[in-house]
Ligand binder design. Structure first.
Ligand code: SAM
Length: 285
């Protein structure tokens, strides 16, 4: 394939792509440049020149993203992460992506991936027991949407049951004054999340390795479930959270297929829309 040099001309001339805030447009451009390279701008003849231009522009745009991530990481270390991410959080709640209920990943996930810089820790991945769902992170715009609507305060303790590499507790600790706990079966994911919390100085984010069925839930005020379990395991966990709800007010935030099952629990009351493709919020009755 030969890249349409007219589009390349346009992108090269578009100074706005170098503005940090034009994340979505840069992300689209980078996707297109990657596709051109992947689909085979050959290293011969005129294509070699075209390839160099594509690689140079991709490197230039990536450097803008990297600088933006580095700036936000510094703000987080200074304790100013909530302010640094506020505009992105607001855009996720009310911008053009607010109605995107798909589970696709987008430019916000690229940003968060650069900001958290989570690296997969070496170490074996333990086989999952029956009912455990494999790892998939919550798309960033859904995390921001949930955090906006939950409005966690300093009395809240968010517990992500099946926290994977920790995106939800980490972002909650950055964007709110709450204490945030992740409970995760995979030791390697817990190690990755802990390292990220340490590198960013997130003292209110903690990660516990183990089976959520045995986890200490006694401090939680908000429980988050991105469909980490199904079948009997989900049933057992909901019974455990219901037992906690008898002693204090709690909220549950769910995403994905588990929402339908959670919505059938008589001890919970949905707040607002209750759809599997957007974070749903429930209060204990
Ligand atoms: C769909 S992922 C959600 C990850 C994370 N909550 C997020 O939203 O980014 C489900 C996670 O739950 C974990 N998991 C499944 N069953 C578990 C259990 N019984 N105890 C702890 N973690 C569990 C899996 O290892 C996986 O990382």
């Amino acid at each position: 394939m030969t890249a349409p040099s007219t589009r390349l001309d346009v992108l090269e001339r578009d100074a706005s792509l170098r503005e940090p805030g034009r994340l979505r447009e840069r992300s689209d451009a980078l996707d297109w440049l990657d596709t051109c390279l992947a689909l085979g701008v050959s290293a011969a003849g005129d294509d070699a020149v075209l390839r160099q231009r594509i690689e140079a522009l991709a490197a230039e745009l990536q450097a803008v993203d990297d600088a933006l991530s580095a700036q936000i990481r510094q703000a987080i270390r200074r304790g100013e992460g909530a302010q640094a991410l506020r505009a992105w959080m607001a855009a996720a709640a009310s911008g053009p992506d607010a109605d995107d209920s798909s589970d696709r990943y987008d430019h916000l996930d690229n940003l968060i991936s650069g900001v958290l810089a989570i690296r997969e820790s070496p170490g074996p991945i333990t086989p999952l027991d029956q009912g455990m769902v494999f790892y998939q992170p919550t798309p960033a715009r859904h995390i921001f949407d949930a955090l906006t609507r939950l409005a966690l305060d300093e009395h809240d303790v968010l517990v992500d049951l099946g926290s994977g590499m920790g995106h939800v507790p980490l972002l909650a600790a950055i964007c709110s004054p709450a204490r945030c706990i992740g409970v995760e079966w995979q030791e390697a994911y817990v190690a990755s999340a802990r390292r990220c919390a340490q590198e960013l100085g997130l003292v209110r984010a903690a990660f516990v390795q183990g089976d959520a069925r045995q986890a200490d839930l006694s401090s939680g005020t908000v429980f988050y479930l991105y469909t980490p379990f199904d079948g009997d395991m989900l049933h057992v966990m909901l019974d455990r959270v219901a037992a906690e709800a008898r002693s204090r007010p709690i909220r549950l935030c769910t995403l994905g297929p588990c929402t339908e099952r959670v919505a059938r629990e008589s001890w919970l009351r949905p707040v607002g829309a209750c759809r599997p493709d957007r974070p749903a919020i429930f209060h204990g009755r």
